[in-house]
Each structure stands twice: as structure tokens, then as C-alpha cells.
Ligand binder design. Structure first.
Ligand SMILES: Nc1ncnc2c1ncn2[C@@H]1O[C@H](COP(=O)(O)OP(=O)(O)O)[C@@H](O)[C@H]1O
Ligand SMILES: [Mg+2]
Length: 259
């Protein structure tokens, strides 16, 4: 049986008088594609920020494989195998695709920065190994032909892939994606779906926020629906589609999040 990897218990995050996340609890199991949905402003990104150490929730617990990680720094959380992408693409647009992926490797080996500065034989070995890992990602994400291309000049769908390749280069156990299909056309969304299935196929657990309902229903194993920072429903996509509270809060309303 799959074990729980990530358990949020009563997580609360406030901004001044606003409770962005309100006593939220959820459980993500190993190997799942777990979706978080909810209207714009529901608190989805804030939850992810509480998991990845951007914010520390005022209350509650964030447990990762038996360890309390609430309050750890983003780097410490990456070290534990939790890696994310952002709602808006954050790549070095002047840098090549390969260099962007390499930057993921550098996050992983940042503690060895010293070696890099003094150019030891060990650092050269590391660098060679890192380039080998970058090549693996270029292959896996079918990005080889763009390896030397400045990322900023590529279509959006490909930039998304580069972002995921960079995240995977960190060799995560849990990959967190904030609206990966935002701004993609239908064909790119379909490719993204395949890519995410492929990532899961490597044994990586995937936690994602997504606005594209068709995509969410097709790809997730389990869904949490949040509204005003609270969990209003959870279950399989089929269960969620029939949940009256969800239909009322979310599925019934047309809501465009294009941030
Ligand atoms: N850094 C911040 N400071 C103040 N308010 C914030 C901050 N980040 C998010 N919020 C507010 O918290 C609520 C939830 O935001 P967010 O998590 O971004 O929602 P979602 O990702 O579901 O669209 C919103 O009302 C938003 O304005
Ligand atoms: Mg958001």
C-alpha cells in the first residue's frame, strides 16, 4: 500500500487580517498525481509556499516522510527532495536551455560552491557529472535540439518543459507545479499531460495546482478543492465532479486566472 509522504495538518497562514489558508489538512501519497483546485484567490499558491518554505504558516504542521518541515528554509526543503516550479515562468531567459537545467544541478550542489571557486579536481569531476545529468534531462524532455538556444526565444510550451527539466535535474521525490498549463494552447497542454505522466513514471510524486479542469480530471489520482483557504471537498476526480459544494463553489463559475 502507498504510504503518505506529505501530511498537512491544520495549516493556517494569515496576511494581516486576511486568513489566506485556514486550518487546511491534506495527505499526499507516494506516487500520486495530486491536484489542488479552487477559485482565484482561494489560497492555493499560499499553501504551496507554506510547503516549500517561502512562508512559514502561523499554525499547523507540515510533515514530510515523518519529519516536521514547517519553518525550514527553501533550500533545506529542496534538500529533502521537494522541488517546485512557479505560476509564472522563472527562467534565465538569456541563458541557454542546457544552462538553465544546469542551474537546477547547482541548487543541488550549492553546498560545494567553495570547490567551484577554487577549481579543485573534485569540482571538475562534479561539473562533468552535472553535465551528464543535464544531458539526461535534455533527452527525457526531448529538448536536445534546443540545448544551446537562449530560453527566452522559445515558445511558451517549450519554456514550461525547460522549467520542469530544471526541477527534475534536482532529482526530486516530490515535484510541485503551480498551474503548469497556464498560457499553453491545447496541443501544448496535451504534451504537458504526457510529460507529467512520464515524470510520475519515474517514481516522482506530483502535487499540482491547475486551472484547466479537463486536464485536472484526466490526470489526477486525487483532488483537494479549496475555497477561502478552507478544504471544501476531496476525493477522486469522479467524486469531485459530483460534489454539490464543488459545483457551487467552483465548477459552476467561469473564472480565469491568468496571472
Ligand atoms: N504576500 C501576500 N501578502 C498579502 N496577501 C497575500 C499574499 N499572497 C497572497 N495573498 C492573498 O492571499 C489570498 C490567497 O492568494 P493565493 O494563494 O495567491 O491564491 P490562489 O493561488 O488560490 O489564486 C488572496 O486573497 C491573496 O490576495
Ligand atoms: Mg495561485
Amino acid at each position: 500500500m502507498a504510504r503518505n509522504e506529505l501530511i498537512l495538518s491544520d495549516v493556517t497562514k494569515r496576511f494581516g487580517g486576511l486568513t489566506a489558508v485556514d486550518a487546511l489538512s491534506l495527505k499526499v501519497e507516494e506516487g500520486q498525481i495530486y491536484g489542488v483546485i479552487g477559485p482565484n484567490g482561494a489560497g492555493k499558491t499560499t499553501v504551496f509556499n507554506c510547503i516549500t518554505g517561502i512562508y512559514k504558516s502561523e499554525e499547523g504542521s507540515v510533515n514530510w516522510r515523518g519529519e516536521e518541515i514547517r519553518g525550514l528554509t527553501p533550500y533545506q526543503i529542496v534538500d529533502r527532495g521537494i522541488v517546485r516550479t512557479f505560476q509564472t515562468i522563472r527562467l534565465f531567459s538569456q541563458m541557454s536551455v542546457a544552462e538553465n537545467i544546469m542551474s537546477g544541478r547547482h541548487i543541488k550542489s550549492s553546498q560545494k560552491l567553495w570547490h567551484g571557486i577554487i577549481h579543485t579536481a573534485a569540482s571538475r569531476r562534479d561539473e562533468l557529472f552535472n553535465w551528464h545529468k543535464v544531458e539526461e534531462q535534455l533527452d527525457f524532455f526531448d529538448l536536445g535540439e534546443f540545448a544551446a538556444t537562449p530560453t527566452g526565444s522559445l515558445p511558451y510550451g517549450i519554456q514550461r518543459r525547460v522549467e520542469m527539466a530544471r526541477a527534475l535535474a534536482v532529482e526530486p521525490t516530490l515535484l510541485i507545479l503551480d498551474e503548469p498549463a497556464a498560457g499553453l494552447n491545447d496541443k501544448e497542454t496535451l504534451e504537458l499531460l504526457e510529460t507529467i505522466f512520464k515524470i510520475r513514471g519515474k517514481g516522482v510524486t506530483v502535487l499540482l495546482i491547475e486551472h484547466d479542469m479537463d486536464m485536472v480530471m484526466e490526470m489526477t489520482d486525487y483532488l483537494a478543492v479549496i475555497n477561502f483557504g478552507k478544504l471544501i471537498a476531496e476525493g477522486t476526480p469522479a467524486e469531485i465532479q459530483q460534489n454539490p459544494a464543488v459545483i457551487e463553489a467552483y465548477l459552476g463559475s467561469e473564472d480565469d486566472d491568468d496571472e
